[in-house]
Write a protein that binds this ligand. Structure first.
Ligand SMILES: [Fe+2]
Length: 284
């Protein structure tokens, strides 16, 4: 018996491929980049679990720009605040390049310190020689520092600040960005562990190697955007890190923790198979 397979004409193939590409582009550039996710992890900081958990909200790579609007960032921040964190850590890239709405941006960010103590480190896009060269950005970090100050957010730029949260003392520390040439750990971080755990904000996860000989317990990073485009069978070829093992998520590394968030914003308005996220870490 003769069977007839449906014939795929050249016209149908071209139309189908075009629709698929158009749909893919619509999804990548129009939908996924603002489809915010909440990533949740539990992190045990000491040898024993604490009976008093601390909720830490980790946000990174907001990238306020023409492709990441303030209405979207307001929604992300409101979502973060609704999780009722005890402390909030921001790990850089507040802008992509030159920016024109700092007053409104500061008003939106100010919701964070009204909710919980909020500290930040800077990223490679926040100013410096790299930002000016690669993205026609700011030659220094004056504008982003002013944004943080007007928002009520404490900048930890090669600095350490002990803080008491729920009767637990935690060292919050932050280092400058690696690519901006402002990274410095010596004189900021202790070489040996003290009584309190240290949570370290460093934009670029590749800094872990330079931080190996210092004492810290949890490293909070962004920078990678989770890879931003995660291609099946290929991976994350565009992740801007040397060590591609650490592109996103929570990892154990040399008896300590490393958390890399996908970030809230993006570059070029695109995300594929890699939703933007805000991260809630429960420290026990
Ligand atoms: Fe970034």
């Amino acid at each position: 018996m003769k069977t007839f397979a449906p014939k795929l004409s050249r016209r149908k193939f071209v139309l189908g491929s075009g629709a698929l590409c158009g749909g893919g582009a619509l999804y990548t550039f129009g939908l996924e980049s603002s489809w915010l996710d909440v990533g949740r992890h539990e992190v045990q900081l000491g040898p024993e679990r604490s009976a008093v958990p601390i909720k830490l909200l980790h946000l990174s790579d907001l990238h306020a720009s023409e492709v990441v609007g303030l209405d979207y960032l307001r929604r992300a921040i409101e979502t973060g605040v609704s999780l009722k964190p005890d402390v909030i850590c921001l790990t850089g890239d507040f802008v992509t390049s030159h920016y024109g709405q700092f007053d409104r941006y500061a008003e939106i960010l100010s919701a964070l310190p009204k909710c919980a103590p909020t500290v930040a480190s800077l990223g490679n896009h926040d100013g410096g020689a790299w930002a000016a060269w690669r993205h026609r950005g700011y030659a220094d970090t004056t504008e982003v520092r002013a944004l943080l100050q007007h928002s009520g957010i404490e900048l930890l730029h090669n600095a350490l600040h002990p803080i008491t949260l729920k009767n637990r003392t935690v060292n919050l520390a932050g280092v400058g960005d690696l690519w901006a040439g402002e990274f410095r750990a010596a004189g900021v971080l202790p070489a040996t562990a003290g009584a309190s755990p240290t949570i370290l904000l460093s934009h670029n996860p590749d800094t872990k190697d330079a931080l190996r000989n210092f004492s810290w317990d949890l490293l909070l990073c962004g920078h990678t955007h989770g890879g931003q485009l995660r291609i099946p069978l290929v991976g994350t070829p565009f992740a801007p890190v040397r060590d591609k093992r650490f592109v996103r998520g929570l990892h154990r590394w040399e008896d300590r923790w490393l958390h890399i968030t996908n970030g809230v914003g993006n570059l070029f308005g695109a995300r594929f198979n890699c939703r933007p996220e805000i991260s809630l870490l429960t420290l026990v």
